[in-house]
Design a protein around this ligand. Structure first.
Ligand code: ATP
Length: 189
């Protein structure tokens, strides 16, 4: 059975590096599909800037046309713990023991994996695939590395540029930018 990728993030907003990562992962890891898992607002984490409905709507726009991408909303459900280990255990229960799961993340997240809730239990639930990120030394330590030209894009940079009305057209899909403008997100006038 081909593995299923699990790509968690705030996606506040989804940007071109996220999309490049997912395409690279499909090809390099032979994934059947990728489940994009937008984070909720658990109390232990800073709240995203845009509401979940907007973050999901932007994901829907960005992922349209790629049938191997789907959005998994389970971390947005009331009462969801938001811990990746719980999300993976639930996915494992839903998909069955025969479907390998691969958790996708940037080098910045992987560098702090040991701070994650019950991180030791992740190994029993999934493989981890890591992507280089400018400014973050990549120490794979047992994870797979997905080859990809590093992209100097971050959602915080996109938000900061939008606040000062700077050009972000090279950083995210045009239809996502149009959504941001239409809904005046991130301080866009
Ligand atoms: P922010 O700037 O708000 O922290 P972000 O750009 O890191 O956001 P997230 O939605 O938090 O975006 O990221 C989801 C996942 O994508 C994380 O695993 C993160 O490491 C990874 N990621 C995001 N941007 C890049 C990038 N440019 N290169 C590699 N990995 C990235």
């Amino acid at each position: 059975m081909r593995p299923v990728g699990v790509f968690g993030g705030t996606f506040d907003p989804v940007h071109n590096a996220h999309l490049a990562m997912a395409q690279a992962a499909l090809a390099a890891l032979g994934l059947a599909r990728i489940l994009w898992v937008p984070t909720g607002t658990p109390p232990y984490r800073a709240a995203p800037v845009a509401a979940a409905e907007h973050r999901v709507a932007m994901l829907e726009i960005a992922l349209a046309g790629e049938p191997r991408f789907a959005i998994d909303r389970r971390e947005l459900a009331p009462g969801a713990s938001g811990y990746t280990v719980d999300t993976l255990a639930a996915l494992r229960a839903d998909l069955g023991a025969g479907t390998p799961l691969v958790l996708l993340m940037g080098a910045d997240q992987y560098a702090k994996l040991e701070t994650w809730h019950r991180w030791h239990d992740l190994a029993g639930l999934c493989r981890i695939a890591v992507f280089a990120r400018p400014g973050c030394p990549l120490q794979a330590r047992g994870a797979d590395v997905v080859p990809m030209t590093p992209h100097a894009v971050s959602a915080s940079d996109v938000r900061e540029r939008l606040r000062r009305a700077a050009d972000v057209s090279a950083l995210l899909p045009p239809a996502v930018l149009a959504y941001i403008q239409r809904h005046h997100l991130y301080g866009h006038p």
